[in-house]
Design a protein around this ligand. Structure first.
Ligand code: DLL
Length: 432
């Protein structure tokens, strides 16, 4: 597939017409092929014919992560399984993962969206791009990988893990661009400095995302490495990385609105928020076949700006994220819900469900400590018992969250009790 960027430069009227035609088609597709959507539409007296264009979108009901969980694993897929060529998965609020599926065409469109982001970041065919997002069920690694190939640049599929090897290859291969989480890039940068190799790297661009980061952090990365750092956003439910990204002016993230229709709503009232006001980002996919999403509530808080960007692109821009309207944390690029910790502790049984998650950033890497209250007897018995329980909890937490946490066992009543909403998380990272 030859990649081009022309669709990003449509007039607003042309874009609306395209979005309308695509929405009408998507609504028919889900109504006829997904029982969940059909029932939801019928419940509010809607038929596919009632959706005549993009202006009718607000008639449609919202979809949430809980709907994906309730229909685990493939219940919201809109095509027979034989049409699904790939699945990915991310953490759900409890033990069950959120599973997403793609047809061949979905995979091609995803690659095109990522190619646009890379192009916007100044990456071209003669660049060598190290992809250091995790490969596997997470959408980061493979998402970026196919975007680089589709653009025609050279991909080095590093995945995460061995930082020194990554740096050696960065130098030996003459790597010019990298895609990874911003916190990992800062860690890479620090290691490059410690190894005294800064003058040997040819890096000029980074495409970072999958976790919240500040403009200050972006500027720090640019300064430390002498490169341009770009923000890339996406979520598995909608596609993966490449739903939006910033151009070289860094004045918000351009949304690929020909494929993903954005709305901003007030989370409390679910009413549309006015342009420029911070609210919850909602997406409707306009071209997805495998897992179309109708008015999916991302829980990510941002605002939208429809004024044309000085870069020449006419797509709307969302501002850097202001946090989330739920309690999901993104730690080292992994989505973590406090409820997962609670469920894991309850499974073990020997602990009280009183815990505190302390998230910090040390040497540019996220750390997670979980303080857990355990029965008094563990502190009076042999020290071995305490150590064994610490190990056991550490193992169970790793299995539940997919990341390692430092476990600190504390005596009963150590963790502050609350009269209202309990405070389960202290996030010291100052990300917004
Ligand atoms: O994180 C997809 C991705 C991979 C994006 C690589 C960018 C680069 P999920 O694992 O489903 O997908 O997590 C999605 O991560 O709802 C946000 O809360 C957060 N997130 C993703 N990108 C950004 C970003 C991938 N640039 C969730 N800034 C989203 C802030 C981000 N938060």
């Amino acid at each position: 597939m030859i990649w081009n960027e022309t669709k990003e430069c449509m007039s607003r009227d042309e874009m609306s017409a395209l979005q309308s035609a695509r929405l009408v088609k998507t609504v028919k597709h889900v109504y006829h092929n997904v029982e969940f959507y059909r029932k939801k539409m019928q419940a509010v007296g809607l038929e596919p014919g009632d959706i005549k264009g993009i202006e009718d979108i607000s008639k449609l009901p919202y979809t949430t992560k809980a709907d994906l969980r309730d229909n685990y694993p493939f219940g919201l897929f809109a095509v027979p399984q034989s049409e699904i060529v790939r699945v990915h998965a991310s953490s759900g609020t409890t033990g069950k993962a959120t599973v997403v599926g793609y047809t061949r065409k979905d995979i091609d469109i995803w690659a095109e969206c990522v190619s646009r982001v890379l192009y916007m970041a100044g990456i071209r065919r003669n660049d060598i791009v190290q992809v250091a997002y995790g490969y596997g069920l997470f959408t980061g690694g493979l998402g970026l990988h196919y975007g680089v190939e589709n653009l025609g640049a050279t991909v080095v599929p590093m995945s995460t893990g061995n930082t020194k090897k990554l740096i050696t290859m960065m130098i030996d291969f003459g790597v010019t661009a990298i895609a990874c989480t911003p916190s990992y890039l800062l860690h890479i940068s620090e290691t490059i400095r410690e190894m005294g190799l800064k003058d040997q790297i040819k890096l000029k661009t980074a495409v970072c995302g999958a976790e919240p980061w500040t403009e200050q952090m972006r500027l720090q990365i640019e300064e430390e490495l002498g490169i341009c750092a770009h923000d890339i956003y996406g979520l598995s439910e909608i596609m993966g990385p490449g739903v939006a990204a910033d151009c070289n002016l860094h004045k918000g993230l351009h949304v690929h609105e020909d494929h993903f229709y954005p709305e901003i709503i007030t989370p409390d009232t679910l009413e549309p928020a006015s342009e420029g006001t911070v609210g919850e980002l909602v997406f409707t996919t306009l071209t997805k076949e495998g897992l179309p999403m109708i008015r999916y509530r991302t829980k990510d808080l941002t605002s939208i700006d429809y004024s044309p960007c000085e870069c020449g692109r006419t797509t709307p821009r969302i501002s850097r994220f202001k946090g989330r309207s739920d309690d999901m944390l993104v730690i080292r690029g992994v989505n973590v819900f406090p409820s997962q910790v609670e469920a894991a502790l309850l499974d073990i049984g020997e602990t009280a469900p009183h815990y505190l998650m302390i998230v910090d950033r040390v040497n540019n890497l996220d750390t997670l400590e979980i303080q857990v209250e355990v029965e008094e007897k563990f502190f009076t018995d042999e020290i071995k018992q305490l150590e064994n329980l610490t190990k056991k909890i550490g193992h169970v937490i790793h299995q539940a969250l997919g990341i390692t946490a430092k476990i600190t066992l504390v005596e009963p009543k150590t963790i502050e009790r609350s009269m209202g909403k309990s405070k389960r998380v202290i996030d010291k990272r100052n990300l917004v």
